[in-house]
Design a protein around this ligand. Structure first.
Ligand code: WTA
Length: 630
């Protein structure tokens, strides 16, 4: 960054504490990427191994179905695992894991390769082949990571369903993906209690016709139902001769699918975002390298859940591609006490911590003392993701956790982008609450209704103008929806669904979603899903869900419900409905409050006017009602 004077509150980096980062100045990368965008990505791709080189870096002949590194052959698992085993890194820890109950496991790169191969051989013995879909439904345990890598190794497409989701959410995702195998844990620990994942899966499986085998990983140990001919214990199979520690890698085309991950969009059912071996690999590798300045001696901790994109890109693939040591923790941040996280930072010597604003605000509530009593001096970089971070939480994180010397990388990105898009790098001056600028080479903008750029400090739609290697390739099984949803609103530009403004220094300030997506504790939920869970209750005729601001969670769900005529509701009916949503969707989707109403405000075309509902719930003026039908 040049001598330019920045406006507002600015935090400058301290190289003394940071060490020597990969780049000392953003301009170095920026200039390179701007002068030769494709060359920039090709140079980073060359830092990874390919079985055959690419013919073209970016193929835009069928835009918006962009392709990257066409003609190249690779397998992301080769670069995550096998490659390191051929170097002194073979003995380096790839993964350190702590269970909520204090259990500990670690895997060197050598051990990681062995376990992934054994796992992959088991999948093969169940008939899993290249292109087959495999669903994983577990808590934060090492087998989830191993299972993802095992799928990718043999060319199967993994679909991880967040362990906090429930029956209907899992059922829908099993059906849509037509998964052949489900890998599930018996249960997950959550604040000392057991979430009965296998029981939930059994219910979901009743209507999932394509699943032939269920592989059950023992974690919590309670009695579970094992269906003859369908369910198999993972640990039993691991003892069999089929589970050898050698397993050939499937040679994948750069554009072959790696995984699908369901996320909520504007309308209807959740959609599966599809990512590939080649471009996704280059994107996650490069962005993590620079944004968190991955160095060999780092102990990196991304506290997200592998069930969401943050876990895919920055617990599993990005760190392993960089040959990093990654730490993973199973449970709740405040269990059994609010110092659990800081205890682990101290115990394992964590150097980089990446989490979400909601977790920071949740921990901040308990005061400074819980963190102050721990030695956090190993930390050198902090990160934030998932929703805008309010400056108050940013400053607390910086002062109490970062001890005023760790820069905070506030990374804006999405399931669809696969990699960081707007983000600082460690040497950048930071402004609390802003993610800074687009990653070098990416062209983004903020536009008005007509798709024209807005002026400094004006709010508008956040869009992306350049294709990028880790971009989604399509929506699984629905290419039209892919075009419609992302590329139609503004011709030739990718629509993010977020609103933002940019200040005179070029720093971006993301405001939030402009569509029907609600971020609850950083988790992405669609109003349509919550509404359909409500309507699936026999007493409910119509429902509308909106997000309302909340101090810790960012947003909470507030629902409006029209009951069927003649339905008598009892005093605890609101609780019953909340429980119903929890059962169908999962605890995160439970509305905080439900209001019973006689009608819902709709436009003449029948679309629910959430703006009006939000105003009503907040006791504000609903504004212009010209389009209201009734
Ligand atoms: C929001 C999560 C502000 C945004 C990686 C985006 C953020 C959505 C940030 C994607 C951030 C994510 N600042 N908002 N640093 N990071 N978001 O797909 O609204 O679960 O569109 O991916 O999260 O959520 P998703």
């Amino acid at each position: 960054m040049s001598e330019q004077k920045l406006s507002g509150e600015v935090y400058y980096p301290s190289f003394e504490h940071l060490g020597e980062p990969h780049v000392r100045e953003r301009g170095e990368l920026q200039r390179e990427a701007e002068n030769d965008y494709e060359g920039f990505w090709a140079r980073h791709a060359e830092e990874l191994d390919w079985f055959e080189p690419w013919e073209k870096v970016l193929d835009d002949s069928q835009a918006p179905f962009y392709k990257w590194f066409t003609g190249a052959k690779t397998n992301i698992v080769y670069n995550c695992v096998d490659r390191h085993v051929l170097t002194p890194r073979r003995n380096k820890l790839a993964l350190i894991w702590e269970g909520e109950d204090g259990e500990f496991r670690s895997l060197s790169y050598f051990a990681l390769k062995r376990e992934v191969c054994k796992f992959a051989n088991i999948l093969k013995s169940l008939g899993v082949e290249k292109g087959d879909r495999v669903t994983l439904y577990m808590g934060r345990i090492p087998e989830l990571v191993l299972g993802m890598l095992a799928c990718a190794r043999i060319g199967a497409i993994h679909s991880v369903v967040y362990g906090g989701f429930s029956v209907e959410a899992l059922h829908e995702r099993l059906e849509d993906s037509q998964s052949k195998v489900l890998i599930v844990a018996d249960g997950a620990y959550q604040r000392g209690k057991i979430v009965p994942l296998k029981d939930i899966a059994d219910e979901a499986l009743q209507r999932a016709a394509t699943v032939q085998s269920v592989l059950v990983v023992k974690r919590t140990g309670q009695e579970v139902n094992m269906e003859q001919g369908r369910d198999l214990w993972f640990h039993d199979l691991m003892m069999l001769p089929i589970a050898t520690s050698q397993c050939n890698l499937e040679v994948m085309d750069a554009e072959d699918p790696l995984f699908m991950l369901y996320t909520s969009g504007t309308t209807g059912k959740p959609k599966a975002i599809l990512h590939t071996h080649g471009g996704y690999m280059v994107g996650t590798y490069t962005t993590l390298k620079y944004v968190f300045d991955m160095q060999d001696q780092d102990r990196y901790w991304c506290a997200a859940d592998p069930g969401w994109i943050t876990g895919h890109s920055y617990i599993v693939y990005g760190p392993l591609l960089n040959g990093a040591t990654s730490f993973m923790y199973e449970g709740a941040p405040t269990y059994p006490y609010p110092n659990r996280w800081w205890q682990m930072v101290e115990r394992y010597g964590i150097t980089i911590l990446y989490t979400a604003p909601t977790a920071i605000r949740g921990l901040m509530r308990f005061g400074d003392a819980w963190a102050e009593r721990h030695d956090l001096s190993t930390l050198r970089l902090l990160g934030s993701v998932g929703e805008p971070i309010n400056p108050e939480a940013w400053k607390w994180y910086h002062r109490v956790i970062g001890r005023e010397r760790c820069p905070i990388m506030d990374t804006w990105w999405q399931t669809e982008t696969g990699m960081f898009m707007i983000t600082p790098i460690p040497s950048d001056p930071l402004k609390p609450g802003s993610g800074g600028k687009p990653f070098p080479g990416l062209q983004m903008d903020i536009v008005n209704e007509e798709g024209k750029p807005v002026g400094a400090d004006e709010e508008g739609y956040l869009i992306i103008k350049t294709p990028w290697p880790a971009m989604l390739r399509t929506i699984y099984g629905d290419p039209d929806r892919y075009v419609e949803q992302y590329w139609k609103r503004f011709e030739g530009m990718y629509m993010t669904g977020d609103s933002a403004r940019r200040d005179a220094d070029g720093y971006y300030w993301v405001i939030g979603r402009v569509d029907d997506v609600i971020k609850v504790s950083g988790y992405r939920l669609g109003t349509a899903e919550i509404e359909s869970a409500l309507v699936s209750h026999p007493a409910v005729s119509e429902a509308a869900a909106i997000g309302l601001p909340h101090d810790v969670k960012g947003n909470v769900i507030h629902a409006f419900v029209i009951l069927k005529t003649g339905v008598e509701v009892h005093e605890h009916f609101e609780d019953e409905l909340k429980r119903h949503v929890g059962h169908e969707m999962g605890p995160i989707a439970k509305p905080q409050a439900i209001e019973f109403v006689d009608s819902l405000p709709k436009t003449r075309s029948g679309k629910i006017m959430r703006r009006v509902l939000r105003a009503r719930a907040l006791g504000e003026d609903p504004g212009n009602l010209a389009t209201l039908e009734d």
